[in-house]
Design a protein around this ligand. Structure first.
Ligand SMILES: Cc1cc2nc3c(=O)[nH]c(=O)nc-3n(C[C@H](O)[C@H](O)[C@H](O)COP(=O)(O)OP(=O)(O)OC[C@H]3O[C@@H](n4cnc5c(N)ncnc54)[C@H](O)[C@@H]3O)c2cc1C
Length: 341
């Protein structure tokens, strides 16, 4: 389906696809096996100007929105989910600055993200705060012109590799979700170190790591928005970036379908390729239908592009879509695996 993409959006999709096939495909197996961060591939994506699709052109970006970033994420993830999530998480880490940054913060941080010189990361999750994001325990205490951060974030994509982190911490724990604030923390700040790196079963070239803050002193200028707005910063950021996780799932599902179709045309049983057996054709058709349905749901990313971010319905739709597409992606992977075994 065409999805009424503009010429520019089609070019973004084609460019991402070309890089994925020519550069990511030959490297993916080794990167995954070694759990090696895909720096060289990120450099290639940056050189192709794909790192700042959602960043305003005055800060060096393309000036698009969630849809452009989703189109590229899908094509990269179609070939490698690990590279796809590495790419998408940099957007997750910098979208809070796009949405809530002051002019100074945008000028300071966005050009390096847009050019791909630096990667972003987003630190919300903690050992005791996953779905229940308001349960975070990391604290940020005001101390004159600074805030002092203490606590540990876990499972942070691009952790250790990114230079620019947006971290959610409690400035007033008594207020619950209304007591959270968002901060920009630069790699190399004293008191900010990296803990355990996860040895994952999949998407292994993506770095998933702990962020550790021990009396980490950051200037008050690094507060994003106002004190107490941290939960809003996090939720509005996720509204824009959750479709990116959906795009990753659709890409992985499409990649699984591509492999399944290819295999069914090679594998010969009973004197014919299994692709000519009607029961197999039904399975492939079901997969293709689900993948296309998932892709159609990415229309929410287009809603974000049109600035309908205030719509509560849109927000619910985004959440639903990312869950639905993650499910579709996982189902297709399982189907593909079982067709290989
Ligand atoms: C590879 C990877 C990368 C990640 N990258 C980042 C990152 O960059 N930054 C970041 O901040 N976090 C990151 N995360 C964390 C991710 O956002 C959390 O895993 C997610 O928020 C869910 O939290 P949890 O895993 O603790 O699950 P839990 O919250 O413990 O949930 C466990 C199960 O219970 C269900 N559940 C929980 N609450 C409810 C409810 N109210 N109603 C119904 N069901 C419920 C969930 O759906 C789930 O099935 C990453 C995680 C992974 C695995």
């Amino acid at each position: 389906m065409d999805y009424l993409l503009t010429e520019e959006q089609k070019m973004i999709k084609d460019l991402a696809r070309k890089i994925a096939v020519e550069k990511v495909l030959p490297a993916r197996a080794e990167l995954d096996e070694k759990g090696e961060f895909p720096w060289e591939l990120m450099r290639i994506l940056a050189e192709a100007d794909l790192c700042g699709l959602y960043i305003e052109d005055k800060y060096g970006g393309f000036g698009g929105g969630a849809l452009e970033f989703c189109l590229a994420t899908e094509e990269i993830s179609r070939i490698c989910g690990g590279v796809g999530v590495t790419y998408a998480a940099s957007a997750l880490g910098s979208y809070p600055i796009v949405l809530f940054g002051t002019e100074e913060q945008k000028k300071k941080y966005l050009p390096d993200i847009a050019s791909g010189k630096k990667l972003g990361a987003f630190g919300l999750t903690e050992a005791n705060a996953g779905s229940d994001a308001a349960g975070i325990e990391t604290t940020a205490k005001k101390d004159g012109d600074h805030y002092i951060l203490n606590g540990t974030k876990q499972w942070i994509t691009n952790g250790g590799e990114a230079e620019t982190y947006v971290v959610i911490a409690m400035t007033d724990r008594k207020k619950g979700a209304r007591g959270a604030s968002a901060f920009i923390v630069e790699k190399g700040t004293p008191g900010f170190t990296f803990g355990k790196k996860e040895n994952k079963m999949g998407i292994r070239c993506s770095a998933t790591r702990e962020l550790v803050f021990q009396d980490c002193k950051i200037p008050k200028e690094n507060l994003l928005g106002k004190e107490g707005m941290g939960f809003i910063v996090a939720m509005k950021t996720l509204d824009c970036t959750r479709p990116g996780i959906g795009a990753q799932a659709v890409g992985i599902a499409q990649g699984a379908l591509d492999e399944a179709v290819k295999y069914s045309r090679e594998r010969v049983q009973f004197g014919q390729t299994i692709s000519s057996i009607q029961a197999v054709q039904h399975m492939l058709a079901d997969m293709a239908t689900q993948v296309e349905a998932g892709r159609a749901l990415l229309v929410t990313a287009r809603l974000k592009n049109r600035g309908e971010s205030e719509e509560e319905d849109g927000r619910k739709q985004c959440i639903l879509v990312s869950f639905a597409m993650s499910f579709i992606g996982i189902t297709s992977c399982i189907q593909m695996q079982s067709s290989h075994h």
